[in-house]
Ligand binder design. Structure first.
Ligand code: NAP
Length: 277
């Protein structure tokens, strides 16, 4: 029987001790009888260059990328796959023949969450996107491709907002897309409603949007998971979170190992049963 050489994988981020990615990958390695390890690469934002040098030196075989490195990692890569090139955000690095290749598997995660949760098509819907980081870019790319009825984007800072629009060649105010900074929610956009809300920040939706706005949305898609002390209006339908984490990890597992996951829905349920949250 051919022996598989043990490889080192991990998740790169800052203050990510909450991350469930190591558990998910270890569950998958066990299931497929792979001898690999998956670790926390929890580093300070100013240590990214040193981390990449160390990963190359130590022959790390690949790593997931999370907050705040999804955009910053790109300048350190040898190649960017088309899944990440269009939105310039990378959430997975695979080392192939000593070259660091960046992928984005969040888009597979977002599409799977929307499909499995039977969220109605975004076509002609009014959409709100909160955030302008790596995940928001993926969501914006997906939303634009669905021909929505209008997209509002709100972000805390101006810098990433501008960068995100320029990545997609969008001019603020054109093609039904309006981008603002967060305080506008309490002034010009006060009382506005959206059918589908995407929150791509680490902050709970109810801390950003008034209850009436949340209540009027058919569905709230939250990227973050493990948020505590929730105070969402009763009846709010929230999707994303851990399901997004598992779906994007399944696609990452396929890229890193070359093993095809036959049924994402079934695998998600199996992983959820084993996860210790
Ligand atoms: N479940 C999953 O699989 C999954 C997948 C992807 C992402 N996520 C989660 O989604 C979140 C965003 O991740 P990311 O990779 O897109 O991060 P990122 O690229 O660093 O972007 C972070 C975004 O959140 C905003 N933000 C951060 N702190 C904030 C605060 N205190 N108040 C308001 N806005 C704030 C940032 O605004 P500024 O531009 O003003 O800094 C930016 O828009 C993280 O919580 C991450 O764990 C989860």
């Amino acid at each position: 029987m051919k022996m598989t050489r043990p490889k080192v994988y991990g998740v790169l981020g800052s203050n990510i001790s909450y991350s469930l990615s190591p558990q998910i990958f270890r569950i998958l390695f066990d299931k497929f009888r792979l001898p690999h390890g998956y670790f926390f690469f929890d580093i300070r934002p100013d240590k990214l260059t040193k981390f990449v040098e160390s990963a190359r030196l130590l022959d790390v075989a690949g790593f997931s990328v999370t907050i705040p490195f999804k955009c910053a990692i790109i300048q350190h890569l040898d190649r960017v796959h088309s899944s990440a090139r269009y939105c310039r955000a990378v959430n997975l690095v695979s080392v192939q023949r000593n070259k660091l290749v960046g992928y984005n598997t969040d888009i597979v995660g977002v599409e799977q969450v929307l499909r499995q949760a039977k969220v109605p098509s975004l076509k002609k819907k009014r959409i709100l996107i909160i955030g302008a980081g790596g995940t928001a870019r993926v969501i914006l790319g997906h939303a634009v491709s669905c021909e929505p009825g209008g997209i509002s984007i709100v972000n805390r800072g101006r810098k990433r907002l501008k960068e995100m629009l320029s990545v997609f060649g969008i001019e603020n105010g054109s093609n039904g897309i309006q981008a603002h900074q967060l305080p506008v929610l309490k002034s010009r956009l006060k009382g506005s409603t959206w059918e589908i809300v995407f929150n791509a920040t680490p902050i709970a939706t109810e801390k950003i949007l008034p209850a009436a706005t949340i209540r009027s949305a058919t569905v709230v898609f939250e990227a973050a998971y493990g948020l505590k002390n929730r105070k969402l209006p009763p009846g709010t339908r929230v999707v994303g979170g851990i399901d997004l984490l598992i779906f994007q990890a399944l696609r990452g597992f396929e890229i890193l190992t070359g093993i095809k996951i036959e049924n994402y829905r079934r695998e998600r349920s199996a992983i959820k049963r084993k996860l210790v949250v």
